[in-house]
Design a protein around this ligand. Structure first.
Ligand code: IPM
Ligand code: MG
Length: 360
């Protein structure tokens, strides 16, 4: 198979983890006799520096032509005070929107060899295996009106949380579909005791659920969900929620896995004629400028995202499973970065990537 992939390394540790993820992708392609057509593009702070735009037109064009896009991370401290339109993050929101990748799948699970890396008690986190399905192209991240206007005491900031029935229904169908392949439970997270968007969300989820009689639906308020995630994470199978709640809860989920560096993600859009999904694949972690350029970052979230790409955008299940097995092998061998091994000798980003390739 020919794999046409766009890599957008982005900023900070994004470049380092993407380099290792691409190395692993090349190894998979070689081992399973595929071919790789890889292009690299600019997104985020680096794109602002080189072109003045967080998502240059050229990047949008390349993403449209690729079968799948692999992204590192965006964000640089020098843009912290820039207006929203000129921030690196705007590039990320832009690429998600133009690709139409409305469903962000963020699996959260524990690995036996990492169980002690979680600050939570082992018996609480052991056996956790959920997917947070985050709506990614709507809600308060994109709603208008937005902005800051006026001055003095009446200066006002505005954001708008808005969802249409069809936006809720399609993410709901994705969640229920995934649940049918797993433990058949959907936890829909909202704030329907306060927000109208959440009331509509709940109503539409109930309607979608009617089409999946074998799947159990529960509603969880977002504040309670934040608590349940650390009290009893095993109760969750599929967690489906709107954009900003999903952003917040998925970072909390990282505590269960032991390190945010471990979490991969797949952002999926419509199915193409081939049956494969349009997809954007990125680790959940950010650009971590404090450790950038030091060969310290954990590349396993990015490498796990390659596995997700092989599965969802190319339908290469065996190849995806091989990458996931290699990740387990490396975790068991203890050749891991410092975030997973605060004491004792840790491996560098490059060494972890090399070890995964060897295992493959
Ligand atoms: C994430 C990140 C992004 C988001 C930022 C960098 C815009 O936190 O992917 O979780 O909020 O979606
Ligand atoms: Mg986030």
């Amino acid at each position: 198979m020919q794999l046409k992939v766009l890599a957008l390394p982005g900023d900070g540790i994004g470049t380092e983890v993407t380099r290792e993820a691409v190395k692993v992708l090349r190894r998979v392609v070689e081992k399973f006799s595929h071919t790789l057509d890889l292009t690299e593009g600019l997104l985020g702070g680096i794109a602002i520096h080189k072109t003045g735009q967080p998502m240059p037109d050229e990047t949008a064009r390349l993403a449209g032509e690729a079968d799948a896009t692999l992204l590192g991370a965006v964000g640089l401290p020098e843009f912290d005070n820039a207006p929203p339109l000129q921030r690196p993050e705007r590039g990320l929101l832009g690429i998600r929107k133009i690709l139409g990748v409305y469903a962000n799948l963020r699996p959260v699970r524990t690995y036996r060899s990492l169980i002690d890396s979680s600050p939570l008690k082992n018996e609480r986190v052991e056996g956790t295996d959920m997917i947070i399905v985050r709506e990614l192209t709507g809600g308060i991240y994109y709603g208008t009106p937005r902005g800051i206007e006026g001055s003095g005491d009446t200066e006002r900031g505005t954001n708008t949380m808005t969802y249409t029935r069809s936006e809720i229904a399609r993410i709901g169908r994705m969640a229920f579909h995934l649940a049918t392949q797993r433990r058949k439970k959907v936890s829909s997270v909202d704030k329907s005791n306060v927000l109208e968007t959440s009331q509509l969300w709940r109503k539409v989820m109930v309607e979608v659920a009617a089409g999946y009689p074998d799947v159990e639906l529960e509603h969880v308020l977002v504040d309670n969900c934040a608590m349940q995630l650390v009290l009893n994470p095993r109760r969750f199978d599929i967690v489906v929620t709107e954009n900003m709640f999903g952003d917040i809860l998925s970072d909390e989920g990282a505590v269960i896995a032991g390190s945010i560096g471990m979490l991969p993600s797949a952002s999926l859009g419509e199915k193409r004629p081939s049956g494969a999904f349009t997809g954007l694949y990125e680790p959940v972690h950010g650009s971590a400028p404090d450790i950038a350029g030091q060969d310290k970052a954990n590349p396993l979230g990015a490498i796990g995202s390659v596995a997700a790409m092989l599965e969802y955008s190319f339908g290469l299940m065996e190849e995806a499973a091989a990458v996931n097995r290699a990740i387990e092998t490396i975790l068991d061998s203890g050749r891991v970065t410092a975030d997973l091994k605060p004491k004792g000798a840790s491996a560098t980003t490059t060494q972890v990537g090399d070890a995964i390739c060897e295992a493959l």
